[in-house]
Write a protein that binds this ligand. Structure first.
Ligand code: FNR
Length: 357
């Protein structure tokens, strides 16, 4: 029996298999609006047989963009072009999802392939980022403004409004980005959150903004549609966010209607030493799944069908999130079916090309 090609129920939805395209910024939008590139990027992976896909970190406000080229859902004009994509993806029996994000102190950069990911200066169209505390990401990053109460309220309202637009755009899975050193992770981690009010200090206070965002999103996001949260399970730095706090957070988020934790790690501080190797983040997904009793997704250097199958078979995670391998091979799922002798549905248009078993 194939675990990779078995269906998975999340919220009120059933995915046809366990393979999810991990969100990946394309830095190809203008004014946050999706275009043909996003259609083909997502459409190819949907044609290629993944059970679900998550569109890239999509900003809930202009100041929450990593770069000027990010996708956004902060205004209604951004809805229709996304609807075209979700309609196509859903027609391939792939569930369309979106990752809602706010970059916090890591905002206002040039996108990787337009300017190398460095700070975007004010005169080049950049802006002053916001953060829990006035602590820059590194010595080259701009000093962020610490959010006041009204600023925090706006972040929560922006996530709520973007979630409503995501629903109108036809997305069925919504993932909140609370990983990789972006705003919600910045509130979680003691390394970036030095606040002394109700949003800093104790674990409960550091988790508060994320809990408020989850509550606000749940108010407008259809009950039957799954809500996922991506976290960095550890900052890989002593005294930072860690596995024990991730387990505690997952237990709290489960009570607030989160269906799955998508477990990544790192990117909070530039100097962290990460033991990067095949499947290196999988043990975090396994531990959170066992201890918080919540479904998890494993991600990070999972590149072949046998490896994915093993993770699922051992009960380390419920879903496999795949990034770069799907960029190399949009038809990974179709090929994996052939390799593991599972009769995976091919697009009818391509059926004549299916390798003979
Ligand atoms: C990413 N990643 C990422 N993660 C995320 O949560 N939101 C995002 O928008 C992006 N953007 C992004 C762009 C590109 C080009 C890459 C390669 C990666 C991280 C990605 O989702 C995944 O977690 C990592 O790439 C690790 O998985 P793989 O690539 O080893 O399967």
């Amino acid at each position: 029996m194939s675990h990779l090609f078995s269906p998975f129920k999340t919220g009120g939805l059933t995915l046809k298999n366990r393979l999810v395209m991990s969100p990946m910024c394309q830095y190809s939008a203008v004014d946050g609006v999706a275009n043909d590139w996003h259609l083909v990027h997502c459409g190819s992976r949907a044609v290629g047989g993944v059970g679900a896909l998550l569109m890239e970190a999509t900003a809930v406000s202009p100041e929450g963009r990593i770069s000027p080229d990010d996708l956004g859902l902060w205004n209604d004009a951004q809805i229709e072009p996304l609807r075209r994509i979700t309609d196509f993806v859903a027609a391939q029996d792939c569930v369309p999802g979106v990752q809602l994000a706010h970059a916090g102190r890591k905002a206002s950069t040039t996108s990787e392939w337009r300017g190398g990911g460095g700070t975007l200066s004010h005169c080049a169209g950049g802006w002053t980022p916001v953060a829990p505390s006035a602590i820059p990401f590194d010595e080259d990053s701009p000093m962020p403004d610490a959010l006041d109460r009204d600023g925090i309220k706006k972040v929560v309202a922006d996530f709520r409004a973007a979630a409503r637009r995501a629903d109108l755009a036809g997305f069925k899975i919504l993932e909140i980005h609370a990983a990789h050193g972006y705003l919600l992770h910045q509130f979680l981690s003691p390394l970036s959150n030095h606040r002394t009010d109700g949003y800093g200090g104790s674990l409960e206070h550091r988790m508060r903004l994320l809990v408020e965002v989850v509550e606000a999103v749940r108010e407008v996001w259809p009950e039957e549609n799954p809500l996922w949260v991506r976290i960095s399970a550890t900052d890989w730095v002593p005294g930072g966010w860690d596995e024990a706090q991730s387990i505690a957070l997952s237990k709290v988020l489960k009570k607030h209607g989160v269906d799955l934790m998508d477990v990544s790690s790192g990117a909070m501080v530039p100097h962290a030493k990460m033991p990067i190797a095949p499947g290196y983040q999988v043990p975090f997904a396994e531990k959170i799944r066992a201890e918080a009793q919540i479904a998890t997704g494993a991600v990070g250097l999972i590149t072949n069908a046998a490896q994915a199958e093993e993770i699922l078979k051992k009960g380390q995670a419920d879903l496999i999130f795949m990034g770069r391998e799907l960029l190399r091979d949009p038809y990974f799922a179709l090929h994996a079916g052939t390799q593991t002798h599972v009769h995976v549905p091919w697009p009818v248009q391509y059926e004549r090309a299916r390798p003979k078993a």
